[in-house]
Every structure is written in C-alpha cells, then in structure tokens.
Design a protein around this ligand. Sequence first.
Ligand SMILES: NC(=O)c1ccc[n+]([C@@H]2O[C@H](COP(=O)([O-])OP(=O)(O)OC[C@H]3O[C@@H](n4cnc5c(N)ncnc54)[C@H](OP(=O)(O)O)[C@@H]3O)[C@@H](O)[C@H]2O)c1
Length: 341
Amino acid sequence: MQRCFQLAAMGKGKVAPNPLVGAVLVYQQRVIGEGYHRCYGGPHAEVHCIDSVTETDKCLIPESTLYVSLEPCNHFGKTPPCTDKILKHGIPRVVISVTDPFEAVNGSAIRRLREAGVEVITGVLESEGRRLVEAFYTFHTRQRPFIVLKWAQTADGFMGSGTRVRLKISDALTDLLVHRWRSELAGIAVGTETALADDPLLTNRRWPGKSPVRILLDRQLRVPSNQKIFQEASPLLVMNSLRSGASQNISHVKIDDWDSVDGLLESWYHMGIQSVLIEGGQKILISFMRSGKWDELRVIVNTQMKTGAGLKAPDVPDALPEKIQTLNGEEIRYYRNLNNT
Ligand SMILES: NC(=O)c1ccc[n+]([C@@H]2O[C@H](COP(=O)([O-])OP(=O)(O)OC[C@H]3O[C@@H](n4cnc5c(N)ncnc54)[C@H](OP(=O)(O)O)[C@@H]3O)[C@@H](O)[C@H]2O)c1
C-alpha cells in the first residue's frame, strides 16, 4: 500500500478534480504490475497497473492481489468502470486503503466485487490514504473546498508594512515552493487590500504545471481594472456583492452572504473548485480562521527579519506545527485544523 501511495503522489497537480490513486498487482510477494492515475480524464490507476503486466506474467493475474489506494470506480465517467476490468481479469483479491466518498461510488464497487466472489479488504493504512485524497474527500463529504491558509511573516510576527508599501518577507527559494503549491491547488484567493497593495498576478510562473483559478475577494469592486490581476489572461473570479457577469477570462460572481465565509465556500463548491489557497491579507485570513472552515495552515517565517512594527500576522493555533521545513533561513510551519467543520 505504501508503494500505491508513492505512485499516486506522482499524479500531483495533474489529475484534479479527480483524486490521486496508485495501484500495485502482486503475485506471491512479487510485484507484477504498477500504475497510477496520471492525468485528468486519462485511464485510472487500476487500468495502468493491469496493462503494465508483461505477456509472460499475464497468466498470473487470476492468482494475484490488487492493492489500490482508493476504492475502484464502479460507474461510467470519462472511462469505463474499473470494477469491470478487475472482474474481467479474474483478480481474486483486492486490498483498498480508502473508500470513495464520491456519490457514484461510495462503497458500491466494494459491494459489487464481493457479490462477484472477490475477497475485498478495506481500511489498510487508511489515515495515510485519506491524506493523499484529502481535497477530494473534503469536497465530497463537507460540500466545500479544501482550504489552505498561507502567509509569510517576520520573526517578530508582522506580515505587512501596515501601509500600501509592499513588504517582501520570503526569498526566491520559498517563492518557488509557493508556486508549487499554486500548481497543486485548484484556486487561489486574495482580498481587496492585498490586490491594491501588492498588485499580484496570482499565477504559477515558477513551477511546472497549471495555474490555479485566480479569485479576488472584492466586495465593493474597489480594485481598478489597471491592476495586474485584470491584465493577466488566465481565468479570474471576482467575488463581490454588486454584480454578476462574464467577459473573456473575467467572471464577476455576486454573493449576498458576506457575514461569514459560507457564501464564498458554497459558491466555490457549486463551481466545482475542490481546493483553495487563501493567500491573504490579514482580514481575509482571520475571517477564515474564525469560521473554523479551513484545513491546513502554512506559515513562512523569515527568522532573520524583524520590522518592529507593521501589520500583525494572525495568531497561529495553540497546537504545535505538525511539521517544520527549513529553507535558506526561513521556516515553513505546517499546521492542521483538528477542529475543522
Ligand atoms: N505576508 C503575507 O503573506 C501577505 C499576504 C497577503 C497580503 N499581505 C499584506 O496584507 C495587507 C493587506 O491585508 P489586509 O488585512 O489589510 O486586507 P485584505 O485581507 O487583503 O483585504 C481586506 C478587504 O477585503 C474585503 N473583503 C472581502 N471579503 C472579505 C472577508 N471575507 N473578510 C474580510 N474582508 C473581506 C474587505 O474590503 P471591503 O470592506 O471593501 O469589502 C476588506 O477590507 C497588505 O499590506 C499586504 O501586503 C501579506
């Protein structure tokens, strides 16, 4: 199963909104096939895995065990059901980490395989398996995107200058990491003041892969059209309280509920946006933290830099970071929201 997870991770940034999945076929302790879901709309992991078996080993398939990190699909989507392929090849035993929460699957593949006489074992390394598909899982079980909050702060806890002058905190290496995150998440959002002060493009320019859908949270439409965010050709959603409508790559989306982040989350859910990186500023980050509707927090701390004054970074959760990564004198502190809703 660990090998399934390794394989699955190779699809990062390429398969969304489909989940990352890896599969391994084993005959008497020997791996005879491997596969993973490589790109959105392409064959599933189980198909690549079974098809990778050599001509000589094909006769062993009906005596082999298929390990797969997520319950196989049981419906016609962009590809035929994987359960058909498993049954057609007479695989007698399937070991699954996580059941698929997607309503068209949701345990039905397990039932179908069992009814056909296949031995099915579930829940193997389940928490690790769940972690791999957490955006997909959160989206389907909580009916909202997986929310990652991110900011950079100085050693003395400031995230901005406090004026419209940009305070650059992270260095080029950390920026590369941030662009990688952009390639892995479906959307990226900033607030009005951040758009005005930092004039960001919000694209992924430094890491291979796609750019996320760019989202500007601009209730009163205060950000002028000559800001860079409007000059860039990739899709932009402007969440606001005044109007809806689309022109070329820019869509204005009017929402009425601005008392909490629920209106935003509901709207993104209906647009099928499975994960969003919230890049600030302070007010937006605090509104998500207060709501409890966030899943991961990534705080970049420049341990060499102190400003003594400026815009205070939000308070981090009481719990210790789950992981700390060090890059060129900067620390990236990863927290998880254990009380997310
Ligand atoms: N260090 C970092 O990682 C980092 C990252 C981003 C930004 N920054 C810095 O942060 C500063 C901007 O932060 P900020 O706190 O002043 O502003 P902000 O969070 O970027 O924007 C706040 C404004 O966005 C609008 N808004 C829309 N939806 C909102 C919601 N759900 N909750 C709250 N506000 C919402 C409100 O404007 P209306 O009242 O007009 O509706 C609000 O005043 C800049 O200096 C920027 O450089 C730093």
